[in-house]
Ligand binder design. Structure first.
Ligand SMILES: C[C@@]1(CC(=O)O)c2cc3[nH]c(cc4nc(cc5[nH]c(cc(n2)[C@H]1CCC(=O)O)[C@@](C)(CC(=O)O)[C@@H]5CCC(=O)O)C(CC(=O)O)=C4CCC(=O)O)c(CCC(=O)O)c3CC(=O)O
Ligand SMILES: NC(=O)C1=CN([C@@H]2O[C@H](COP(=O)(O)OP(=O)(O)OC[C@H]3O[C@@H](n4cnc5c(N)ncnc54)[C@H](O)[C@@H]3O)[C@@H](O)[C@H]2O)C=CC1
Length: 224
């Protein structure tokens, strides 16, 4: 099942920060979570993140024992990403014992989740492709193919409409109490020719004004 994980404020423990671990750490580094790295050596691509404000703690230590997990509290996910399959296995087993979500870099079948191939459109829309560990290579090839075709399907109009919907959803709750009506109102914005013309002209302030005006009238219509 593909879900969009909210890691805000969570503590993530990454054990092993080589080439592959570093890729995962980079993906985590813009998720507003705290990253604790325990690794004998650290891939040099991480040096640039280390000095920055991102909440990352790097502990350079060779570990023998998966009980390292017990040294930290409130861990949400443990990444077992060393190049030692036996150690990774032990880390996963300990995490499972403790009921912590775990991810194995070298054994998909024991991971609680997989990374996906992601198409990111304007930091607003994400499309994820997964074969659930069957063939990461095919996920990548399919991503390439979709990325090329997608330019004709999803564009600025869609990302603008997402911003409008975000604004409207925030306000509509204060005006329309009934969920069916709220849904109808939100759909009506996408079908509203004038709004869509303003969107095309990049006049977002006018769109927002219009939304508020329409909502005001909506309430009037209810005779309040
Ligand atoms: C299970 C999973 C768990 C996880 O790591 O999350 C996993 C596991 C493993 N990958 C391995 C190898 C490769 N991985 C890639 C590429 C990607 N791998 C990604 C995800 C996943 N990889 C998860 C399943 C996702 C799915 O099934 O869809 C992508 C999509 C996302 C990302 O990495 O962020 C990213 C493409 C991003 C993009 O560009 O779009 C390539 C291709 C290349 O490098 O060119 C190869 C070499 C070719 C091959 O093996 O297919 C190995 C064997 C290591 C070994 O041989 O020792 C394992 C371990 C195992 O299978 O047990
Ligand atoms: N999931 C995926 O997409 C892929 C997974 N892999 C697998 O990932 C694993 C890791 O690969 P790389 O990152 O390339 O290896 P690497 O050799 O670059 O990194 C391994 C890291 O683990 C650390 N480490 C090893 N033993 C340790 C210990 N006892 N205590 C503390 N730190 C320790 C090392 O210091 C190093 O930083 C391999 O098993 C590989 O098969 C490889 C390619 C893709």
């Amino acid at each position: 099942m593909i879900v969009d994980l909210n890691l805000k404020g969570r503590n993530i423990l990454v054990i092993g920060a080589g080439m592959e671990g570093a890729k995962r750490i980079k993906s985590l580094s813009n998720q507003d979570c705290k990253i604790i790295i325990v690794s004998e050596t650290v891939n040099e691509s991480l040096y640039e993140i280390e000095g920055k404000n991102t909440p990352i703690i790097i502990i350079r230590r060779k570990i023998e024992d998966p009980n390292i997990i017990d040294e930290f509290s409130d861990i949400f996910i443990v990444f077992a990403s060393t190049n030692d399959p036996f150690l990774n296995k032990k880390i996963i087993a300990r995490a499972k014992e403790k009921g912590i979500l775990s991810y194995s870099m070298d054994d998909a079948s024991s991971s609680d989740f997989f990374f996906t191939s992601i198409i990111n459109i304007d930091e607003t829309i994400q499309i994820a492709i997964s074969t659930s560990g069957k063939s990461p290579l095919m996920s990548k090839i399919i991503r390439d193919r979709i990325e090329n075709a997608i330019k004709n399907i999803i564009g600025k109009k869609d990302t603008d409409n997402i911003k409008i919907q975000e604004f409207a959803r925030e306000h509509v709750r204060n005006y329309i109490k009934n969920q069916h009506e709220r849904r109808m109102f939100l759909y009506s914005l996408v079908d509203d020719q004038e709004i869509q013309e303003l969107v095309a002209k990049n006049n977002m302030n006018k769109v927002k004004e219009r939304i508020i005006n329409t909502l005001d009238k909506w309430e009037d219509n209810k005779g309040r």
